[in-house]
Design a protein around this ligand. Structure first.
Ligand code: ZN
Ligand code: ZN
Length: 358
């Protein structure tokens, strides 16, 4: 046994922890900055990442409200943050593909790598997956423990703090757009409903992966202006008249609609924009998709869901980001400004995605 004076000193770090749910998001301090023990390498596939940036996302608001509690039952307090990027700080003996100092982005799920789903490459289906920031301590901290299967070395053009939100939000948009792009041929058309954080990434991905006509629909004039600035020329106001306008623009409807709102009446609007053989991609959620089965048969329509994305898709997205073919707007906050960042997100006062920088 070690004598007291030989015991290793436990280092501490700053971390953002959720201590109490707030379903109305009213408290000024929704989360606390705490001193917690710094994570250390314990197993041979462990990777400790020094956080360069951690994205704040609407999912964090749902977590703070307590909406996820019934699904994951995670005891409080714990560290939030599931969109993480930084530099490798320390690795276990078995880690070969990254070394201390490498810039990395972290896939949001820690997976076992041995189940049939992992072997098919579908990380998100892993029955033994852990989701740091939701089910375990996350990356709103100085250091973050993960596994070698989750880390992707960044191309030299990319800075961790500039890419962190791709780890979840960006990846979700990428997977959805990539699915759509695989079926979109020249002469076809696709609607992106909602040109916000995820929609604007999906639009750029589609532009790079397929030759279909891209139509942006949003209820906000500001979002449509941003879309035009990004070079999208077919921009239409959202709302009840949008489906009719789309059908006029593309005789008998479009081949795909990607719904980044997924609330209230948007599922119905999106379905009514489709032509025969069309596909409705559901990314945003909260509403109900209700379609008469006869409509699915008669027009041979498809409804497709999307759950984040796999490791390979995150690698592909980093390649597009390094080539500047997909660009992300971010606003950075220090770790101790986290409550300010959360309230800016709630108030809709954020430009792009918020990133916490320790
Ligand atoms: Zn997220
Ligand atoms: Zn697995």
């Amino acid at each position: 046994m070690l004598k007291t004076d030989q015991q290793p000193r436990i280092h501490t770090m700053k971390a953002v922890r959720l201590h109490q749910f707030d379903k109305d998001l009213k408290r000024s301090n929704l989360v606390e900055i705490d001193d917690v023990p710094e994570p250390t390498v314990r197993k041979q596939d462990d990777v400790i990442v020094r956080i360069g940036g951690a994205g704040l996302c609407r999912t964090d608001l749902h977590i703070i409200k307590g909406n996820w509690n019934s699904k994951v039952g995670r005891p409080l307090p714990y560290i939030l943050g599931h969109e993480n990027a930084g530099w490798v700080h320390d690795v276990g003996d078995g880690v070969k593909h990254v070394k201390p100092g490498d810039p990395v982005i972290v896939h949001p799920l820690i997976t076992d790598g041995t189940c049939p789903e992992c072997r098919r490459g579908e990380d998100m289906y892993c029955p033994n997956g852990r989701f740091p920031g939701i089910t375990h301590d996350g990356g709103f901290a100085e250091f973050f423990p993960t596994k070698q299967r989750a880390v992707i070395k960044l191309p030299p053009e990319l800075e961790p703090k500039d890419v962190a939100p791709y780890a979840d939000g960006g990846l979700t948009a990428y997977r959805a757009a990539r699915k759509a792009a695989e079926t979109m041929k020249p002469g076809m058309s696709v609607v992106i409903l909602g040109f916000g954080g995820l929609g604007h990434i999906a639009a750029q991905v589609l532009r790079n992966l397929c030759a279909a006509q891209i139509i942006i629909v949003d209820t906000s004039e500001q979002a449509l202006d941003l879309a035009r600035e990004c070079g999208f020329t077919n921009c239409l106001p959202g709302g009840n008249a949008a489906a009719e306008t789309v059908r006029q623009l593309c005789t008998s409807g479009v081949d795909a609609v990607m719904d980044f709102a997924g609330e209230k009446e948007t599922p119905e609007q999106c379905m009514s924009m489709l032509r025969k053989g069309g596909t409705y991609y559901v990314v945003g959620y909260g509403g109900i998709v209700s379609v008469p089965s006869i409509d699915l048969i008669f027009d041979e329509l498809n409804v497709v869901g999307t759950l984040v994305g796999n490791y390979t898709e995150l690698c592909e997205l980093m390649i597009l980001a390094a080539r500047e073919e997909v660009k992300l707007t971010t606003t950075t906050y220090r770790l101790d400004q986290v409550n300010e960042a959360i309230h800016d997100l709630i108030a809709g006062q954020l430009t792009g995605r918020a990133v916490l920088v320790p």
